[in-house]
Design a protein. Structure first.
Length: 138
């Protein structure tokens, strides 16, 4: 039986509890049917010692999009594995993470996330596996 989908407003409220993503300035803007999009505006606090966007921010942005996509089916999901590849430095002041569900069964979901910069170039590629708990998010 397919899990019932969750409205974006419910997911935004649910992920507003993610204090670290909030501290980073990350915002969930889309989420439905195994897909999600999160964005962040780059500020000086997001830069590393050589003036590039910190890899930790890219990973956190991708991770939030991954988590939101995994939760669109209404069940609590926790990451059990993820990897990220940094492809090129970001250009511009806005980053966007686009997550898509690759596969899902009762207990595991696999998601791919592309992180794009303002010029819509892929700057990082993330893949995550979520364990789906038998617990509703509401």
């Amino acid at each position: 039986m397919k899990d019932k989908g969750v409205a974006i407003g419910v997911l935004k409220k649910y992920f507003a509890q993610d204090a670290f993503a909030e501290l980073c300035g990350i915002e969930l803007i889309e989420a439905e049917d195994g897909r999600a999009v999160a964005v962040v505006r780059i500020e000086d606090k997001h830069l590393n010692g050589i003036g590039l966007v910190h890899g930790g921010l890219l990973c956190t942005l991708a991770d939030l999009a991954f988590a939101a996509a995994a939760h669109t089916r209404g069940k609590v999901a926790v990451s059990i594995s993820n990897t990220i590849s940094y492809i090129k430095p970001a250009q511009g002041k806005l980053l966007r993470a686009e997550a898509v569900e690759i596969s899902r069964n009762v207990r595991l979901g696999t998601y791919a996330v592309n992180v794009l910069d303002e010029s819509r170039e892929v700057i990082a590629a993330f893949q995550g596996v979520a364990y789906i708990k038998n617990q509703n998010i509401l």
